[in-house]
Design a binder for this molecule. Structure first.
Ligand SMILES: [Zn+2]
Length: 79
């Protein structure tokens, strides 16, 4: 295996582990005023995180792209 693996932990009332085999998307987060890694909301939903939990977490920064894809700012996940 030659790809880079990034492990991200998302904590709500439980811990969910998401593993990626590939490059992490990075972008500017206007709320952090910094570059950050992005996790697609759809990828978190696939592993069992509810959309309601994502959208009701007050400190979580959500970024919507022009194509409608919604991403979570990893900086805000780690706070
Ligand atoms: Zn952010």
């Amino acid at each position: 295996m030659t790809g880079k693996i990034t492990t991200i932990h998302i904590e709500t009332h439980e811990v969910v582990r998401v593993r990626f085999d590939g490059a992490l998307l990075r972008s500017w987060c206007a709320q952090c005023q910094d570059f950050t890694g992005l996790l697609r909301v759809e990828d978190a939903v696939v592993v069992g995180v509810s959309r309601e939990a994502i959208h009701s977490t007050p400190h979580l920064h959500l970024l919507e792209r022009a194509n409608g894809a919604v991403f979570m700012c990893l900086n805000s996940l780690l706070k």
